[in-house]
Design a protein around this ligand. Structure first.
Ligand code: CP
Length: 312
């Protein structure tokens, strides 16, 4: 495998999940595989889990890790072809990506959606700019439209926790005071489409995700009905996709509660706003899988890096 840009870069999800679970049993088994290899993690946005888990995964494989908060420390990048660069941008993605490639064997990028320009966000200018001009493999650490390392970690968590042949899994929208991107929800939906599960998405009207991604998935606008008999409920806020980046509903009734959760396991990618997205009683209960999801971020990143290093 050259790049890991989307969950669809995985050939057989179940094989990757099994391999990741084996790495979890013995994280240092391949501790010399990445010897003399360097990964460069470039963050255009904040992170806790992605930064530490990807670093840990690389260290488990014996790699050197360089981290840069590009958004606050790097030059403002230009992405357009043939642009007259006489305004705010100082360096073109062409040089930046080629220069970064001189220092590392893999580059990983986090660059969120602007939520102001749908066309530009969907073009994934940062991630695709690195893909186009870097001479080394590129890993997506959450881009405008996808968070495939999170989705792979979620697949590992589901696999570990599931006791049924065909579980019921619900993706529920929840309220949030800030406009958030669609990346986590998109990748979760793409990942669930690769699973044998009764998968339902629930959200208020006006919060439809990209229908090209949700095609074929059951959508239920009654959250309580959607959550009935669920085995897993994954909660996430996203802003409107149709009315791009807008907050159209802050209805607190959509917060996840113990009552709505029933006997299901609770999932969230974190960070999460307590008592806005989900009540304390859920997060503090044994039904919450959020810490195990975060833990599995290491093994998701490690299987991805292992496959890339093996193909170098
Ligand atoms: N879930 C996740 O990607 O967390 P961070 O934003 O802290 O990396």
């Amino acid at each position: 495998m050259k790049h890991y840009l989307s969950i669809n870069d995985i050939d057989t999800l179940s094989d990757w999940v099994s391999a990741a679970r084996k790495l979890k049993e013995n994280p240092k088994k391949f501790k010399t595989l990445g010897q003399d290899k360097t990964i460069c993690l470039l963050f255009f946005n904040n992170s806790l889990r992605t930064r530490l888990s990807t670093q840990k995964a690389a260290m488990n494989l014996g790699m050197e890790v360089m981290v840069m908060n590009f958004g606050s420390e790097g030059w403002a990048l230009e992405y357009g072809d043939g642009t007259l660069m006489n305004k705010g941008t100082s360096e073109h993605i062409k040089e930046a990506a080629m220069v970064v490639s001189q220092f590392c064997d893999i580059v990983a990028i986090r660059a969120f959606a602007s939520l102001t320009d749908k066309e530009k966000d969907e073009a994934e200018v940062v991630l695709n700019g690195f893909k186009k001009y870097a001479s080394v493999p590129v890993v997506n650490m959450e881009s405008s439209v996808g968070h495939p390392l999170q989705a792979l970690a979620d697949a590992i968590t589901l696999n570990e926790q599931n006791a049924k042949k065909r579980p019921k899994v619900v993706l529920s929208w929840a309220p949030h005071p800030k406009a958030l991107p669609h990346a986590v929800a998109n990748s979760f939906v793409q990942m669930m489409k690769l699973q044998d599960a009764d998968f339902v998405i629930t959200h208020p009207e006006g919060y439809e995700l990209n229908t090209q991604i949700t095609a074929g998935v059951t959508i239920e606008h009654d959250q309580k009905k959607a959550c009935e008999h669920a085995d897993f409920i994954y909660v996430k806020n996203w802003s409107s996709y149709t009315d791009y980046g807008q907050i159209k509903n802050e209805d607190a009734n959509w917060m996840m509660t113990k009552e709505k959760l029933g006997k299901a396991k609770f999932m969230h990618c974190l960070p999460v706003r307590r008592n806005v997205v989900v009540e304390d009683a859920v997060l503090d209960s044994k039904q919450s899988l959020v810490i195990e999801q975060a833990n599995n971020r290491t093994y998701a990143a490690q299987i991805v890096l292992k496959k890339i290093v093996e193909a170098l």
